[in-house]
Each structure stands twice: as structure tokens, then as C-alpha cells.
Design a protein around this ligand. Structure first.
Ligand code: G6P
Length: 607
């Protein structure tokens, strides 16, 4: 997830607006910054890694002159934060500058083709193929608009991109597929940005570019063109009434709520993993004598779900362990044949890094799944995958949990394929279901939010909750409980349901609320038994179950219904969303700030 801003103005210098706009978008990414302007048909590009303030002052960006330009603040997805990977990227003679947010899925095949034609690449990004593709198309005399349409029809994946070129020095070309891009217009000019907050100081008249659309901006306004057939689209502007603070959260009151609602998008991005790294990681997993899944907090719960996925799909035994216990429990046995798959949103959690330092000292192979390119984990791991969730500001992890489980599911599926553990039909079927996950999450969030709000009201004065699930749903139950604990401070327990009779059942008395995670699947019958055990002792039963699951509904007091047909192995990604919402709404009703829970930090970098 990156920040994008572009403008063409009558009065003032474009860089002033660009740098102000980028500062307002810094929450979208902040590892590198770059700006390009055109003045007297000369392109001036300045960029580097670092925060906006530093780069702007070190490169004297505010001295750049021009009435047209673009700027980018980066959240690395391909290639570490570094000068050469910072945007804009250009063709060889710097006549075309491109900034991009998203992931170009087919970049390596496009790059190979361009290298064969003699293009020289300077970065490790997927974005750099775009200016080279445009340069190549411009050779056939079809003009910039024609070249843009041709190349856009070849790009697969997600993008919001802006192109500035000396071929048409008074225009900006923008395009969008799945990554956000908003156009704006005022008396002083025309603008584009990845989010509304960057535009608000200049205009409240905006037009949201839609998937498959390209826009051409000039000083008088913009035209929108459908990429597939080149036809023009006319759509009225929208007037924005948000305050700047609300705009940063896209109209949501809190970052946590915004991030919960962002999950369909972050999951779609999470399905675009880099194939070669997916292969590499699964090859390592296949070779190890023993595989440990090491993580803390929410990431540990992803690992718990991962252990079920690796076992059920790929028949691989793994040992999930919390980072802080790794050395105590496996420190003296881990060795050259061990694989440590580390999951960490930040890639900087102290206990996790300590555990992998130790494992590396003993010659084990360390692999990573993280959200942060350039983090310590990406530097020390033999290979890693980026989960593509984009920056998460709320302290309680939401979208990063669902992306992690999705990444682990894809690894398990790839391993199952390589090991021949599933038939081709089973592989195909699971692959189809994986791609439905973002839609299921979207449907769940939109259908369940009102029910969850009511539930939160009904249970506002509760002093205790018990979360239970079986099989992979015990990971969902643990994560649901963690959300509640983190932001509402209500004491609660979570257990694998089968274990509840070995202790937790003693706290059950009339009216204690038990939240059951009970998808259809292998665990369904057992969970019915667990519900009855609690119900017969007076518990109030809230069940998260499949739509139309009459058996569960009959014995529950309240239910949250989930879409039909989700394979049990994928349910943590979907079933967790109403539990995230429940924690959120309870916190808000209690007057607490869910984004900044007491005593907790987003990244724990101390012992
Ligand atoms: C802190 C955060 C949690 C996070 C955990 C692990 O406790 O508040 O949200 O799950 O650290 O962080 P990591 O960055 O390693 O995933």
C-alpha cells in the first residue's frame, strides 16, 4: 500500500502541493519518497528511501519548479526500501515517470520480454516494467494515449498508477484496477491521489476512478476512458463532506473499523503472492526434518491455524510455539535439519527475533511471513513472503491476521501439490474456494455488522466471556478472545472446546456467555456436544455458524450466520470477522479507544 499524489495547477509550485499531499498519505506507507515535475519540458526526478521530511529536506525537493508533477510514498512490496526501488520509475531516457500502488502479477514475464528487447532495469520492483512497456509501445507512433491503453490491457494484478511524460508535458495519465485512486478538480487545477485526505485542502469535488478505467488530466479537468474498449465514461463528481481527520480513516471513526472493512481488499492482494518465493518456501518446508511455526500474539494464532492447514492439506507436521517460549522448549534440540517458519506482521518483535537468532546460530533454516519489507525478519530469513496487507495502524491486529492465514493456506496448498497429497480435483476445488475468500469476508462484514452491534449492546455489562471452538476453529476462538481482551479489557477465556471439561466448565453458571465457533465440517458433531454441556449448566450460548445450520440454531440463544460452503480449513479467515467487530463495538460502547488500547503496543521490540 503506497501513497500517490499528482497535480496540474495554475498558481503556485506543484511540489508544494505534492509534498503536503504525501504527508497526509504517510499512513499508507513511509519507507521511501519520490517526486517528479516537468518544467520547460525538462523532467526533474528526486527520490530516496526515508521519511518524507528527511527526503524532502535532503534532496531540496521544495526547490523543484513546475506546475505539473507527481509524488509517491512507498510501502515496499517488491524490493527492499532503497534509492533504486523508490518511485517514480522511468524509461531509460527519463521521458516517462511512473508511480504505482499495487502488485503487477505478470511483471516477471513482462520484464523478461523487455530485457530480450534490450531494456535495462535498475530496480527490483514490479512497477519498473510500466515505463519500459510504454516506451516500447511509443515506438509504433500511436501516441501516449494509445500506448497507455495498450499496456494497461497487458497488466495483470492490482494497480493505481500515474504517468507523467515529456511526450505530453501538460497531462497526467492515471489508471486503476483494484487499488484506490481519486480524481479532484478546483479553480486552480486538477489532482489525483490514492485517498481523499490528500485532496481535501484543495477541493471537495472528487471522482473515484473505478476498476478498468484510465483518466487523462489536464489543467481544465479530466476525461475518463474505459481501458477495455477506449470508450469515454461520463460520471458526475461527488462532494465530500468529511473532516480531514475522518478522511484519513476513509470516513470510519477508528482505524480498527477501517481495517476490518479493508479485509476484502487486503485478502485480494494476499492472493497475489510471488510465485517463485511461494515455491522456494515450500521447498524448504518439504526438506526439513522438523518444522516450527514461531510467532507472538495474533501471529501465533495464525500459526495455530497454519498447523492445521499444513497437516490437513499437505500432511506436514508442524510445531506452533510462542516466540518467548521457543528457546526454553526447543532451544537445545533445534539444529541444522530444523526449519523455523516465523510469522510476524512487523518483522521486529523482540521475542521472535531472539528465537530466530538462536535458531540461526544452531544452523537451522529461518523462513518468514511478514507484512514489512525491509524489516529485520526479511534481512535475516533465508526466504520470506510478504503478506500484502498494507500498513495497519490499529494496535489490535485484524486485517494482518486474515492475510497471514491466507498466506499459510496458500503455502499448505502448494506443498500439498508438490507432495502429491491431494488429487488434481481436490487441488482445483480448494484453489477456487481460496479465491472466494475475499467475497465471503465482504458478504460477512456487510451482513453481520447489525447483528453484531445488537449483540454488543446485549452483552455490554458482561464480566466474563468464554470462547470455544474445535479443530482449526480453536485458533479462531483464541484470536476472537484476544481481540476482546486487547480492546475491551473484559476478562475472558478461550479453549479448544474438547478441553473445556478439564477446567473451564467450572466457571459456568446461569447466564455466563459462551461464544462458540462452529462451522460445518469434521468438528460439527463434537461441537454440538460441547454446546449442550455448557447449555445444560445455564450458559448463554452465542454461536457463529453457517447460515441455515438449524441444529446449532436450535440450541443457541443468539447466532451470527456465515456464508454457506466455506471449507472448514478456510473458516478462520471468515469467521473471525464478526468476532473482530464484536470486540470493536463493545469497546466503543464502553467509551474506550479501540485504536490505542492501554498498555499495549503495535510492535513489541523490547524483552
Ligand atoms: C503485539 C501487537 C499484536 C501482535 C504481536 C506480534 O502484541 O499488539 O497485535 O500480534 O505484537 O507482533 P508481530 O509484529 O510479530 O506480528
Amino acid at each position: 500500500m503506497c501513497g500517490i499524489f499528482g497535480c496540474i495547477i495554475r498558481e503556485g509550485q506543484a511540489v508544494k502541493l505534492i509534498t503536503d499531499g504525501l504527508k497526509r498519505l504517510e499512513y499508507r506507507g513511509y519507507d521511501s519518497v519520490g517526486v517528479a515535475v516537468i518544467n520547460n519540458n525538462q523532467m526533474d526526478i528526486r527520490k530516496d528511501k526515508g521519511r518524507i521530511e528527511e527526503v524532502v529536506s535532503e534532496l531540496s525537493i521544495l526547490e523543484m519548479e513546475g506546475k505539473i508533477g507527481l509524488g509517491h510514498t512507498r510501502w515496499a512490496t517488491h524490493g527492499a526500501p532503497a534509492y533504486e526501488n523508490a518511485h517514480p520509475h522511468t524509461d531509460e531516457i527519463e521521458s516517462i515517470a511512473v508511480i504505482h500502488n499495487g502488485v503487477i502479477e505478470n511483471y516477471s514475464e513482462l520484464k523478461d520480454e523487455l530485457i530480450d528487447k534490450g531494456h535495462i532495469f535498475r530496480s527490483r520492483t514490479d512497477t519498473e516494467v510500466i515505463p519500459h512497456l510504454i516506451e516500447e509501445e511509443m515506438k509504433s507512433d500511436i501516441g501516449l494515449q494509445g500506448a497507455m491503453l495498450r499496456i494497461l490491457r497487458r497488466l495483470r494484478g492490482s494497480y493505481a498508477l500515474v504517468v507523467l511524460s515529456t511526450h505530453e508535458p501538460d497531462k497526467l495519465y492515471c489508471a486503476r484496477n483494484e487499488s484506490p485512486l481519486v480524481l479532484g478538480i478546483s479553480g486552480n487545477g486538477t489532482y489525483c491521489a490514492s485517498d481523499v485526505p490528500a485532496l481535501l485542502p484543495y477541493t471537495n469535488q472528487v471522482n473515484y476512478l473505478r476498476n478498468g478505467e484510465m483518466a487523462i488530466l489536464d489543467i481544465d479537468g479530466f476525461s475518463i476512458i474505459k481501458i477495455s474498449d477506449g470508450s469515454e465514461i461520463v460520471r458526475p463528481n461527488t462532494e465530500i463532506t468529511w473532516s480531514p481527520e475522518m478522511a484519513e480513516k476513509q470516513g470510519y471513526i477508528h482505524f480498527m473499523l477501517k481495517e476490518i472493512h479493508e479485509q476484502p481488499t487486503s485478502l485480494r492482494d494476499g492472493l497475489r503472492l510471488q510465485e517463485r518465493y511461494l515455491d522456494l518456501l515450500t521447498q524448504f518446508l518439504d526438506r526439513g526434518k522438523e518444522v516450527f511455526l514461531v510467532a507472538a500474539g495474533t501471529s501465533y494464532h495464525s500459526c495455530l491455524a497454519g498447523a492445521y492447514l499444513f497437516s490437513k492439506l499437505a500432511r506436514l507436521t508442524t510445531f506452533p510455539v510462542v516466540s518467548s517460549e521457543f528457546m526454553e522448549i526447543y532451544g537445545s534440540t533445534v539444529g541444522i535439519d530444523s526449519i523455523i517458519l516465523t510469522v510476524s506482521q512487523s518483522g521486529e518483535t523482540y521475542d521472535t527475533l531472539k528465537a530466530i537468532d538462536h535458531a540461526r546460530m544452531r544452523a537451522a533454516t529461518v523462513l518468514g511471513v511478514t507484512n514489512t519489507v525491509g524489516s529485520t525478519l526479511t534481512r535475516v530469513a533465508r526466504a520470506y513472503l510478504i503478506q500484502q496487507s498494507g500498513p495497519e495502524i490499529g494496535v489490535a491486529a485484524t486485517k494482518t491476521f486474515t492475510s497471514q492465514v491466507l498466506v499459510l493456506a496458500q503455502m499448505a496448498l502448494r506443498l500439498a501439490k508438490n507432495r502429491g497429497k491431494l488429487s488434481q480435483d481436490e487441488l482445483d476445488e480448494f484453489e477456487i474456494k481460496l479465491h472466494l475468500v475475499p467475497d465471503w469476508v465482504e458478504e460477512t462484514i456487510s451482513k453481520s455488522e447489525d447483528t453484531v452491534k445488537k449483540l454488543a449492546k446485549n452483552h455490554l455489562d458482561e464480566s466474563l466471556f468464554l470462547f470455544l471452538g474445535r479443530g482449526i476453529s480453536s485458533a479462531t476462538a483464541l484470536e476472537g478472545r484476544l481481540k476482546l481482551l486487547e480492546i475491551t479489557y473484559i476478562p475472558s477465556l478461550a479453549y479448544p472446546a474438547g478441553e473445556s471439561k478439564h477446567g473451564p466448565i467450572s466457571i459456568i453458571e446461569e447466564g455466563v456467555t459462551c461464544i462458540f465457533v462452529c462451522p460445518r465440517g469434521e468438528t460439527h458433531n463434537h461441537i454440538l456436544g460441547s454446546i449442550m454441556e455448557m447449555k445444560s449448566r445455564g450458559a448463554n450460548i452465542v454461536s457463529v455458524c453457517e447460515e441455515g445450520d438449524e441444529e446449532v440454531k436450535r440450541i443457541s440463544d443468539e447466532v451470527i450466520e456465515m456464508p454457506r460452503g466455506i471449507p472448514e480449513e478456510l473458516t478462520p479467515i471468515v469467521y473471525i470477522t464478526p468476532l473482530q467487530l464484536l470486540a470493536y463495538h463493545l469497546a466503543v460502547l464502553k467509551g474506550l479507544d479501540p485504536d490505542k488500547p492501554r498498555n499495549l503496543a503495535k510492535s513489541v521490540t523490547v524483552p
